[in-house]
Design a protein around this ligand. Structure first.
Ligand code: LLP
Length: 381
């Protein structure tokens, strides 16, 4: 399917990201329809991809915005998200970022520590405002995902630990400028073993009951994001199982009357529609390994170097019989390798390759290392 656009691609300077907006729309519509079955509300996690044309599609479908920095809050506002549709999470919110979000009157701070609550109280009080708070609780649930993207275990830095809650609850009486309205959880990303979400539901139910026994109720529960995609089958549509995902929460999460359940999906919404297109610079034939050297590297797509992540690679130009290659980038690092032992049609200098399923955590994570130019993006409409 990408091959249909070879003519367009060959006129662009490489490397570049290409986003398939019709596919993005289909994915967003499907997620929205599945969530709507249960009146669930999705906040899109901007950290996955914050490009304006992507945000415009997200906004059009009525999703809210999940932000993890002052600049993400600013970007969401600029994109047109209403302030009361914006949540702000993150373990290290700086005072200036909190002040910015307070001034903007965002919906809720997902607060990750007792000290952060003290700071929000102080800053909100100075402005004569009341900040709405959801407590991000570390539920100590295993997400069965790569260790670098698991977040809900006791040893991770995220959230308030269960054993801290008993002391924390009475302190809200000292904090007139904080209004506790929700509970927030997020156990990790690229979760493909959906039992992790079943375990999360069981834990959230217990934690909610624990609070209720102490007289505290919540207008919303935020169960985070994390739904994984199948990086091995970019051509499948959908490549994330929204039906099963929302179905688990519907079946297992205890929702109180009038309570709203929030989700914060990033990857599953935008990964499928993005691809990194790169040109083959050189071929190098070693005794054991044939290398394809691309003009894109870890600076344009860091996931393989950082998490040993798999992205399917396709040669869009060649139809020759297959050979086995290591596909690498130009950066002066041995980890600058997209994939080892890949079967590709025999590849030549100048061929265009697509690195698939790169719409999430791709372009947002670019680096200038080696003083690389910032990668460009084009959009198929
Ligand atoms: N909510 C919170 C609090 C999060 O920390 C994250 C992701 C999300 C929502 C969205 O999760 P998603 O639906 O996208 O899984 N750079 C890594 C992924 C880091 C995810 C960080 N948090 C990667 O490339 O795999």
């Amino acid at each position: 399917m990408l091959k249909e656009h070879l003519q367009t691609f060959s006129q662009q300077p490489t490397p570049f990201y290409v986003y398939d907006l019709p596919l993005l729309r289909q994915t967003l519509d499907l997620a929205q329809a599945e969530a709507a079955k249960y009146d669930y509300h999705v906040h899109y996690a901007l950290k996955a991809n914050a490009n304006a044309p992507i945000l415009a599609e997200v906004l059009e479908r009525g999703f809210g915005a999940d932000c993890v920095s002052g600049n993400e809050v600013r970007r969401a506002l600029e994109a047109g998200f209403a302030a009361d549709q914006i949540v702000f999470a993150g373990v290290g919110k700086a005072d200036a970022e909190i002040n910015f979000a307070l001034n903007a009157n965002i919906f809720c701070f997902n607060s990750e520590s007792v000290q952060e609550l003290e700071v929000i109280q102080e800053l909100a009080s100075a402005k004569g405002k009341v900040a709405q708070i959801a407590l991000r609780i570390n539920p100590n649930v295993d997400a069965y995902t790569h260790k670098h993207i698991t977040t809900g275990l006791e040893e991770n830095k995220f959230g308030i630990n269960l054993w801290e809650l008993e002391e924390l609850v009475p302190r809200f009486a000292e904090w007139p400028n904080l209004k506790l309205i929700g509970l927030h959880f997020h156990i990790g990303s690229q979760i493909t073993d959906l039992r992790a979400f079943e375990n999360l539901c069981v834990r959230v139910n217990e934690i909610q009951r624990w609070f209720e026994e102490r007289g505290l109720t919540f207008s919303h529960l935020n169960v985070g994001g994390g739904l994984g995609v199948d990086y091995h089958t970019p051509e499948a549509n959908p490549i994330a199982d929204f039906t099963a995902y929302f179905g688990i929460f519907h079946q297992l999460l205890e929702k109180r009357p009038g309570q709203v359940v929030h989700f914060e999906l990033g990857r599953a919404l935008v990964a499928p529609s993005g691809n990194l297109i790169s040109k083959v610079l050189y071929l190098k034939h070693g005794q054991k390994t044939n290398f394809v050297i691309l003009d894109a590297g870890m600076t344009e797509l860091m996931r393989p170097a950082l998490y040993q992540a798999y992205h399917k690679i396709e040669n869009l130009t060649s139809d020759l019989p297959a050979m086995t290659y290591d596909v690498v980038g130009p950066i002066c690092e041995s980890t600058d390798c997209f994939s080892k032992d890949v079967e590709l049609p025999e590849t030549k200098r100048g061929d265009l390759v697509a690195i698939r399923t790169a719409g999430a955590y791709g372009e947002v994570m670019v680096s200038e290392y080696n003083l690389r130019d910032r990668v460009k993006a084009i959009y198929l409409s």
